[in-house]
Design a protein around this ligand. Structure first.
Ligand code: A2P
Length: 350
């Protein structure tokens, strides 16, 4: 597609679970597009995807495909980003990378627009999108941190299968059907790790997301820990995480416990969250109202509820944070970064 004004944009991994949502976000937000390229592997080249009422042909991701591209949104896995981000930069594109390939590179800004929008000004051609579980947590913590200063975070996650891609969604559906029909349950995808061993996700909870590291934490848990410190620019905040995969398709839920430096009133926490950009407070226990994955699915906001003071620590707060992992956790955060780039004049219209 070609328009008179706007930006030349490419989506890499456009046929995947996140890529599909990136296209949906560009469409819904009416992102100013002069042209759009949808890229994936050679397997999908020639397929069509619908966009703004047009069929766009999927192209193979090659270095030349980035010729003329100004903004490239990547969500095709770390190895694809490692290979093609440098090629896209060479051709003048700013890359917004949803994989973990560049997140911890000290030269690469790791950005959640509600939290550290200024970091993107220092980009050298690539801006990293944090891990889905990190994004929703830091968006909820930001207004509280600004006011009360965080000392320690302990988070337990309840993560949807879509975070592991389209294959994991299909596995949950197939396993659920097989289990209910009394048929053999095939285990082929989860947990995604370096071992050929898999577990049933249907009617189960798997306390492993990504591979285990020498310190006993999983890579997903360490991503939450390292990325949170980097985004807040504070290595001193103590962070600890337990990440669990549950049989939900869309929407990660998190039980977040945070200890602050300063005393807080729950009423102030409530009003800070009510006024925080991108955050919606749903906290009405009398009416059994709190955030849930099914309600958060297909929405771009981060939902927070179950606010309560810890019973023993005078400055400890518990909360429940839910968001669509494919949207704020991935595609929306990436498109939001693109919107900020455009708004701040960091990229010129061609
Ligand atoms: P394809 O559909 O052609 O395999 P998910 O996270 O849902 O599994 O999606 C992964 C995305 O990354 C898909 O769009 C997939 O395209 C794309 N992808 C996988 N391998 C490559 C590759 N080598 N080059 C470009 N895109 C790739």
């Amino acid at each position: 597609m070609e328009n008179q004004t706007g930006y030349h944009v490419a989506v890499v991994g456009a046929t995947g679970a996140v890529g599909e949502q990136m296209l949906k976000m560009l469409e819904q937000r009416q992102f100013p597009l002069k042209s759009l390229k949808v890229l994936a592997s050679a397997r999908s080249a020639g397929q069509k995807v619908a966009f703004r009422g047009e069929d766009i042909t999927v192209e193979e991701t090659t270095p030349e495909a980035f010729e003329g591209v100004q903004i490239a949104l990547f969500s095709a896995g770390g190895s694809v980003s490692k290979k093609f981000v440098p090629e896209a930069i060479k051709r003048g594109a700013v890359c917004i990378d949803n994989t973990s390939a560049y997140r911890m590179d000290p030269e690469v800004p790791l950005v959640v627009p509600e939290v550290n929008p200024d970091a993107m000004k220092q980009h050298n051609g690539v801006i990293a999108n944090p891990n889905c579980s990190t994004i929703q947590m830091v968006a909820a913590l930001k207004p509280l941190h600004d006011k009360f200063g965080m000392e320690r975070i302990i988070v337990s996650t309840y993560q949807a299968v879509s975070g592991a891609g389209a294959k994991a969604i299909a596995e949950l559906e197939n396993q659920s059907r097989a289990a209910l029909n009394g048929e053999e349950v095939k285990k082929e995808v989860l947990p995604v790790s370096s071992l050929p061993k898999h577990h049933q996700i249907a009617f189960n909870a798997i306390p492993q997301i990504d591979v285990f590291l020498d310190n006993g934490f999983t890579n997903e848990e360490m991503k939450m820990i390292r990325e949170t410190k980097k985004i807040f620019g504070n290595e001193d905040v103590a962070v600890s995480a337990t990440c669990v995969r549950i049989p939900v398709v869309k929407g990660h839920s998190e039980a977040v416990y945070v200890e602050f430096e300063k005393d807080f009133e729950l009423a102030d926490v409530r009003s800070l969250l009510e006024n925080a950009p991108g955050v919606v407070l749903v906290d009405n226990p009398e009416e059994q109202e709190y955030p849930m994955a099914l309600d958060a699915a297909d929405k771009i906001e981060v939902f927070v509820g179950r606010l309560r003071r810890d019973l023993d620590h005078p400055r400890g707060l518990h909360m429940w944070v839910v968001s669509d992992n494919l949207l704020k956790g991935a595609a929306w955060n990436a498109v939001q970064i693109a919107e900020e780039l455009v708004k701040s004049g960091l990229i010129e219209e061609k």
